[in-house]
Design a protein around this ligand. Structure first.
Ligand SMILES: *[C@@H]1O[C@H](CO)[C@@H](O)[C@H](O)[C@H]1NC(C)=O
Ligand SMILES: *[C@@H]1O[C@H](CO)[C@@H](O)[C@H](O)[C@H]1NC(C)=O
Length: 426
């Protein structure tokens, strides 16, 4: 989009209004003329019939017939001239409507470009909150279901609002994922573009990612099996991701509709572990994000997975995973609907589900589920995300920075979050 575009849009906007108005007046004016003509024609007939008498009748009748046939001819003529005009007007109106749609699309686009440009200052003032991050190997019973979760850290906060939005970059396609390793200490930025690919970009630090032609400076890490969806996670130097196991689906094997979790060591570039996710009949958890079957999340407590199964195809499930072994430690059926969900993340053991519409409008957290049972639904804030935007293909929470890395229709955005204690009154 060139620098003249705003001017062009203003020009078109200022024109399309009055022009449409004028056209409307013209049509109304023509219709009035037509109506007047028709009614005067009728009156003529009428007055002739009642007035007539005596010898003059014949003559006047002839005159009348003459006049009225002349009027009829004129009317036909006028109508014939008007029809193509009206057709043209209708076509122009249609064209203007299409133009207006295009313009509003372009204004949207422009708004994003401006937002993006506005945020193009190099320093990202992050508040680095030093938080002890621990997600040690689970000692709890495997696969426990719907039992209260015992926190392993003392973190006890919840979101109060989305404080700010910063658009950092426009990179890649509509769906993807970008993140730092929440376990640190690396400042590396990992970018996984697309819902089915095997090559991740790695940038030494955020600044390198925001530069123009950033991809040239990125190193690439290729994983042995392509990932599926946008549910991958970088955590503690590993890339965790889901792949379709060999043989399924459609292979008729018992692995049909299951996914294999892969744990890939990013520095050594080796698969160190894998496991079949123990949920049958997996379906995409988010109604608006169809390619993702398992969404992995990291918080202060460790590693989580959001998924859904055919067993209850209307709500989301949450699982706590052991990052060492990929074992499922606990599972919960949440009250959060799948319908219109687009993404989710976990903070201090609480799942936050973000909802949107199709076509996308303003995203909002509309459901939360605290596995530890501390945050009751009534006390949970349901914040909106700033402005009207596109669809979030992924949201990755970073506990150290208390911010979200979002992939929004090809834009990479950082949302800073305001927190409060879970127990506080709203
Ligand atoms: C992966 O993404 C790159 C662009 O980022 C693209 O060129 C490549 O074809 C993709 N590979 C697959 C297997 O889709
Ligand atoms: C990475 O490679 C080094 C050297 O080969 C090895 O000592 C280390 O255990 C590997 N780490 C992982 C997680 O595989």
């Amino acid at each position: 989009m060139g620098p003249c575009t705003p001017l062009l849009i203003l020009f078109l906007l200022s024109w399309s209004g009055p022009l449409q108005g004028q056209q409307h007046h013209l049509v109304e004016y023509m219709e009035r003329r037509l109506a007047a003509l028709e009614s005067s024609d009728d009156q003529w007939h009428c007055s002739q019939r009642t007035q007539a008498g005596g010898q003059e009748v014949g003559e006047r009748l002839a005159q009348c017939q003459d006049q009225s046939s002349r009027h009829a001819a004129e009317l036909r003529d006028f109508k014939n001239k008007m029809l193509p005009l009206l057709e043209v007007a209708e076509k122009e109106r249609e064209a203007l409507r299409t133009e207006a749609d295009t313009i509003s699309g372009r204004v949207d686009r422009l708004e994003r470009e401006v937002d993006y440009l506005e945020t193009q200052n190099p320093a990202l003032p992050c508040v680095e909150v030093e938080e002890k991050v621990s997600g040690g190997p689970g000692t709890k019973g495997k696969g426990r279901r719907n039992e209260k979760y015992d926190m392993v850290t003392d973190c006890g906060y919840t979101i109060s609002q989305v404080r700010s939005m910063k658009i950092l970059k426009r990179f890649g396609g509509p769906a993807g994922l970008w993140t730092k390793d929440p376990m640190g200490p690396t400042e590396k930025i990992y970018v996984l573009d697309g819902t089915q690919n095997d090559t991740a970009f790695v940038f030494p630090r955020l600044r390198d990612f925001t530069l123009a032609m950033a991809a040239r400076k990125a190193s690439r890490v290729r994983v042995p099996f392509p990932w599926v969806g946008t549910g991958q996670l970088v955590y503690g130097g590993f890339l965790y991701y889901a792949r379709r196991p060999p043989g399924g689906p459609g292979g008729g094997s018992e692995l049909e509709n299951t996914l294999q979790l892969i744990k890939f060591h990013l520095a050594n570039r080796t698969v160190v572990d894998s496991s079949v996710f123990p949920a049958e009949g997996l379906i995409p958890p988010y109604g608006l994000t169809a390619d993702t079957y398992i969404d992995l999340a990291a918080d202060e407590e460790g590693l989580w997975a959001v998924y859904a199964t055919r067993e209850d195809d209307r709500h989301l499930c949450l699982a706590k995973l052991d990052p060492q072994t990929l074992d499922t430690e606990q599972q919960w059926d949440t009250p959060c609907p799948r319908e219109n969900a687009e993404a989710a993340f976990v903070i201090c053991g609480t799942l936050y589900v973000v909802y949107n519409t199709r076509p996308a409008s303003r995203a909002r957290i509309q459901c939360s589920f605290d596995a530890s049972g501390t945050l009751t639904p009534e006390k949970a804030a349901l914040p909106y995300f700033p402005r009207r935007y596109g669809a979030h293909a992924s949201l990755r929470y970073n506990p150290r920075e208390r911010q979200l890395y979002a992939w929004d229709d090809g834009y990479q955005i950082v949302y800073k979050l305001d927190m409060r204690k879970k127990e506080e009154e709203v």
